[in-house]
Ligand binder design. Structure first.
Ligand code: SAM
Length: 274
């Protein structure tokens, strides 16, 4: 429902096709094989778009593609999509069903630890315990001219704001950090690394959330707050507070009878240290 009501996927696809492809043209230093790590790839839809852009920029180059994803179900969906997709003969996938910290442990145990040319973490930094350590570890894996891509919601994004509003009142959202792109930039600034930032500005249509009992609106509210059956569980005051956020004049607009609220993200492209 969320993805149906906003342009997040489209925006990300456009970013990959129009911006990221140029950023990645110099990775690999002319080698015949490029190593990529997808961290928290989920079902891998964006990974496949990145692979297709990389293949255009680096024709005849082998892609050594490692996926780090703790959810077996998501990983399975990703593998099934790969099996159905043609023109992936030049990609060698390695499936690591594990968290970033388990991957780090495994990496430290290997005798000849490998480096990578491109690493991405798309909408996943909310779930790690120590973001600075995770960024530090993966950034340290980059080869010369390598790039690390981090995509994270902006602090104005309604998902972050709605989840924060209910957190502690109605739910304890376990293992979710509410980290925004601004927080990630602070981590990068403290680490003294250089990066470029690209705004992925978009709104989500939340009109249906204002019709109490509307099935789509209730599902959307559940997603935005991360609480199943939010309207049933929330006090009238809390529900009213969340609806106020959805109509916050600084972050929302009403256009042709629709209520659109900020659901922007930022893409941070971090350079290797060398
Ligand atoms: C919001 S999804 C994003 C999926 C995908 N990158 C995308 O943008 O469509 C977050 C993903 O991070 C994964 N994840 C959660 N905790 C993680 C961890 N500690 N290490 C690696 N991935 C993690 C989840 O299983 C999930 O697939």
């Amino acid at each position: 429902m969320y993805l149906n009501r906003c342009d997040e996927d489209l925006l990300m696809s456009n970013f990959i096709e129009n911006t990221l492809c140029d950023i990645l043209k110099n990775i690999g230093n002319g080698k015949s094989q490029i190593t990529i790590i997808g961290v928290g790839s989920g079902e891998g839809n964006h990974d496949l778009e990145m692979i297709s852009q990389l293949s255009l920029k680096h024709p005849r180059v082998l892609l050594d593609y490692k996926v780090v994803e703790p959810s077996g179900q998501q990983l399975q969906h990703f593998r099934e999509t790969v099996a159905r997709t043609s023109n992936l003969e030049h990609v060698k996938f390695t499936w690591n069903q594990m968290s970033t910290s388990e991957f780090e442990e495994q990496w430290r145990r290997t005798n000849v630890p490998e480096k990578a040319d491109f690493i991405h973490m798309v909408q996943m930094m909310y779930f790690v315990e120590d973001p600075a350590a995770v960024i530090g570890f993966f950034h340290g894996l980059l080869n010369k001219n390598g790039k690390l891509l981090i995509v994270q919601a902006s602090s104005e994004n309604i998902v972050i704001r709605a989840m924060k509003a209910v957190h502690g009142q109605l739910s304890q959202i376990e293992g979710f950090s509410f980290l925004s792109a601004a927080d990630i930039k602070r981590v990068l600034d403290v680490g003294g690394v250089t990066y470029q930032s690209y705004e992925l500005q978009t709104d989500i249509d939340v009109t249906e959330c204002f019709s109490e009992g509307d099935e789509n609106g209730e599902l959307l509210l559940d997603f935005l707050t991360s609480v199943q059956d939010f309207s049933k569980k929330a006090s009238p005051e809390l529900r009213a507070e969340v609806l106020r956020l959805l109509r916050d004049p600084q972050r929302s607009v009403e256009r042709e009878g629709r209520v659109l609220v900020n659901s922007s993200a930022e893409a941070l492209v971090v350079d290797a240290s060398h």
